[in-house]
Design a binder for this molecule. Structure first.
Ligand code: ADP
Ligand code: ZN
Ligand code: ZN
Length: 729
């Protein structure tokens, strides 16, 4: 009887063998008994039992059910999954569970259509002029008015009673939704005349086009607004013409209808979109269509890197430096690194684009492992933003802004331009403290001050999300004199309202703008000049174009200048450069002011005088001297426990396991140390860094002792994880 090896979704670093009626191809899903459970796994190998039939039949259980006739995953995706398990030292079954769309993971079949509910003519009329009383029924009608909805989805949103009532009134009826559509996208014709490429764009486009038939990694290093997206549009045209598919990865926040629309408008073809807020069914549809070759362009966030492609032609990672490409739990993969691996396996070109490349990618470009393409000029004659530092020491502040800056803001506003004020701290104030004894009001489980949110009248912990009412008095000395300390965006907005009472203002942070739709509406309103003053956090720094902004003000960047995280400088420089790119897009010149108590700080001076490219090369030199990534490779063991001692103890024991061959690996330990956020949700967090200047040596070192680590009694009690190539401490 044939034996098959199955990757089962359990936290064990191995596959499991079963007997099977027939040989099964790798990549086929099967349902198998596992302990007392029934699990869905993926076949990784199939062979005849070398030990003879009787023995295997005694020892091994049989496959319960074969779920696919054909492998769901082609050889490339199978190889990629195996690589993920090896490189990230992650259980293969759990890797498969990450790679697979949720519905397939749960055993759902690939199908051409699913049952759905739709409105009848009477239902359409009801949607136009509602007469029903039931609120839920009306909601359901309103939802269906936008198109049919899969029965399984609508059942999760509305009760049986509601659905039945609508059916009985003949307002709804059964239909189906197709999950597949034949599309002849390769015969598209351009819907717009592309702009004439600039000289730099032309060089980049030619370089990529010449190498479009095999794997070449390109770093498209172009300042914001230099026309990187235009380069993507022009290089994918010949790829699509050959009937080959293009996969584009973008950061979570960059995936807007505007981005997708640019590609759709140029080629007039359907673009497949994949992101985490879609329903499982909608994701499966795009997944299936990409797999069948029915989509020419697929744009998605991190996990879209797992999308199967029938005829892959090119992979693009836009804003490749963005941290959202790194998964921060479970299988902690980096989608950009995986894109390099995948492009290599598929033998297609790869473009990594950014105005502020990660030091890792820049280093690869400087070493000639990647082809370095630069766009130093902004497209369409827009000028560069000038960066300046404002010394806020001993200056009177209003709403946290120095007097000198207020005058500059006023003059920009008076000229009818928009001003963007950036502060990376939401809420009203980052702390509340007792004016009498100085005690702050802290979140008990994180031992950090609560942030005061005035609009809700509540305190909120920004580490664990806990929330409570504002206390009446100090818990230490019972004084009633509690005061807020520091400034968040909510207070900034209020203060700016007093300083500029006649100016329309909008605040963009995750409190003010919940949900993507609202963000997109606000961004459109900003570009329609409904507001002159824009206040916000990180969200404002990413990807959006604000052509009428001529002044960017950055408040309080001092924290990052003295962070314990060696990546803080890189991140701050990226943030400042990205923000600067928001201003002066059109022919209006822009300026940017950094308000700081450390005007002479070498990082700020370098950035201002020499720009990001120079800063990044300096930073690489420093990393080299310190033997830090990318000149060494790191892995972090993290542990957390309610008892501080336990987490640190486990890491000490892990360190002891690895000590045995530290010299062979040319390895180094940092820690165990408390994490930068030492306590969260009542758990103490510790980390142990393993580092080596030789990547391969680090990996065999990790692999060699992992079984010992897993056998540690404490490892079964304390929550721990392993993070390869961490981007955060
Ligand atoms: P990036 O992706 O680098 O931020 P975009 O591709 O979005 O830059 O280009 C910025 C703006 O300049 C867009 O409005 C785009 O249409 C325009 N643009 C890009 N390339 C050209 C060109 N060669 N000629 C004229 N306008 C261009
Ligand atoms: Zn007190
Ligand atoms: Zn907390």
């Amino acid at each position: 009887m044939p034996i098959i090896d199955v990757a089962v979704p359990v936290p064990l670093r191995q596959t499991f063998s079963y007997t099977s009626e027939q040989q099964l191809e790798p990549g086929v899903r099967v349902s198998v008994p596992f302990g007392r459970r029934q699990l869905i796994g993926v076949v990784t190998a199939s062979y005849n039992d070398p030990a003879g039939e009787t023995e295997s039949e005694v020892k091994l259980k049989a496959v319960t059910e074969v779920l696919d006739e054909q492998p769901l995953f082609d050889a490339t995706l199978q190889a990629l999954t195996q690589w993920l398990a090896t490189y990230y030292h992650h259980p293969i079954g759990e890797v498969w569970a990450t790679v697979m769309p949720t519905r397939l993971r749960k055993g759902g079949a690939l199908s051409d259509s699913v049952p759905a509910l739709t409105l009848t003519e009477a239902g359409q009329a009801e949607a136009q002029t509602p007469t029903l009383r039931g609120k839920k029924q009306l909601e359901c009608i309103a939802l269906l008015a936008r198109g049919p909805v899969a029965s399984e989805e609508i059942k999760t949103k509305f009760s049986n009673a509601v659905l039945k009532a609508l059916e009985e009134k003949a307002l709804t009826t059964q239909t189906s939704i197709r999950l597949t559509e034949k599309q002849d996208w390769a015969s598209f014709s351009l819907q717009q005349t592309p702009p004439v490429a600039s000289t730099e764009q032309g060089v980049a486009i030619a370089a990529i086009n010449q190498q479009a038939s095999h794997f070449v990694p390109f770093l498209l290093d172009g300042v914001t607004g230099s026309g990187k997206t235009e380069v993507y549009l022009q290089v994918i045209e010949p790829v699509l013409k050959q009937g080959r598919q293009v996969l584009i990865l973008v950061p979570e926040i960059g995936l807007t209808p505007q981005t997708v629309g640019r590609f759709e408008r140029r080629f007039g073809i359907n673009v497949g979109v994949l992101h985490s807020q879609m329903t499982d069914l909608a994701r499966l549809k795009v997944w299936q269509q990409a797999r069948r070759g029915e989509l020419g362009i697929i744009i998605g966030t991190r996990s879209a890197i797992f999308t199967p492609l029938k005829r892959p032609g090119m992979i693009i990672v836009d804003e490749e430096h963005d941290e959202s490409f790194k998964q921060q739990d479970g299988l902690r993969y980096h989608a950009r690194d995986l894109a390099v691996k995948r492009a290599h396996t598929e033998n297609v070109p790869l473009i990594l684009g950014s105005a502020t490349p990660s030091l890792e990618s820049l280093n690869n470009a400087l070493n000639k492992r990647y082809t370095h393409l630069t766009l130093s000029q902004r497209a369409g004659g827009a000028s560069h933003t000038q960066l300046k530092v404002l010394d806020s020491r001993d200056q009177p502040l209003h709403a946290g802004i120095a007097q000198g800056l207020i005058s500059i803001m006023r003059s920009h506003l008076q000229q009818g331009n928009q001003v963007l004020v950036f502060l990376n701290r939401r809420g009203f104030a980052p702390a509340v403290l007792c004016h009498h004894c100085g005690q702050t009001v802290d979140c008990k489980s994180c031992e950090r001050p609560f942030t005061y949110h005035k609009s809700q009248g509540r305190l909120q912990c920004h580490h664990c999300g806990a929330s409570r009412r504002m206390p009446q008095q100090c818990s230490e000395c019972n004084s009633h004199d509690l005061q807020t300390s520091g400034i968040g965006t909510e207070q900034l907005e209020q203060g700016l309202g007093q300083l500029f009472p006649d100016v329309q203002q909008v605040r963009i942070d995750s409190d003010a703008v919940k949900g993507k739709d609202k963000l997109i509406t606000r961004l459109d309103e900003i570009n329609a000049r409904k507001y002159q003053l824009l206040v916000g956090t990180q969200i404002l720094s990413k990807g959006h174009h604000f052509p009428h902004v001529t002044l960017v003000v950055v408040l309080d960047c001092d924290g990052a200048l003295f962070s314990a995280d060696f990546r803080a400088a890189e991140k701050l420089a990226q943030l400042i450069t990205q923000l600067a790119g928001r201003a002066g897009r059109a022919s209006k010149p822009g300026e940017m002011w950094l308000q700081t108590d450390n005007p002479g700080h070498p990082l700020l001076q370098d950035l201002i005088n020499n720009g990001f490219a120079h800063f990044a090369r300096q930073a690489l030199q420093e990393r080299k001297l310190g033997a830090l990534p990318p000149y060494s490779s790191q892995a972090i063991f993290r542990a957390e426990a309610r008892e501080a001692g336990l987490a640190a103890n486990l890491l000490q024991q892990i360190r002891d396991c690895y000590r045995a061959s530290v010299n062979v690996a040319k390895g180094q330990f940092i820690g165990p140390l408390p994490c930068l956020i030492e306590k969260r949700q009542g758990r103490f967090r510790y980390m142990l860094v393993l580092q080596s200047q030789q990547r391969a040596a680090l990996h065999s070192w990790l692999k060699h002792h992992l079984p010992e680590v897993e056998a540690l009694p404490l490892a079964g009690k304390v929550r721990w994880s392993l993070d390869i190539d961490p981007v955060d401490l």
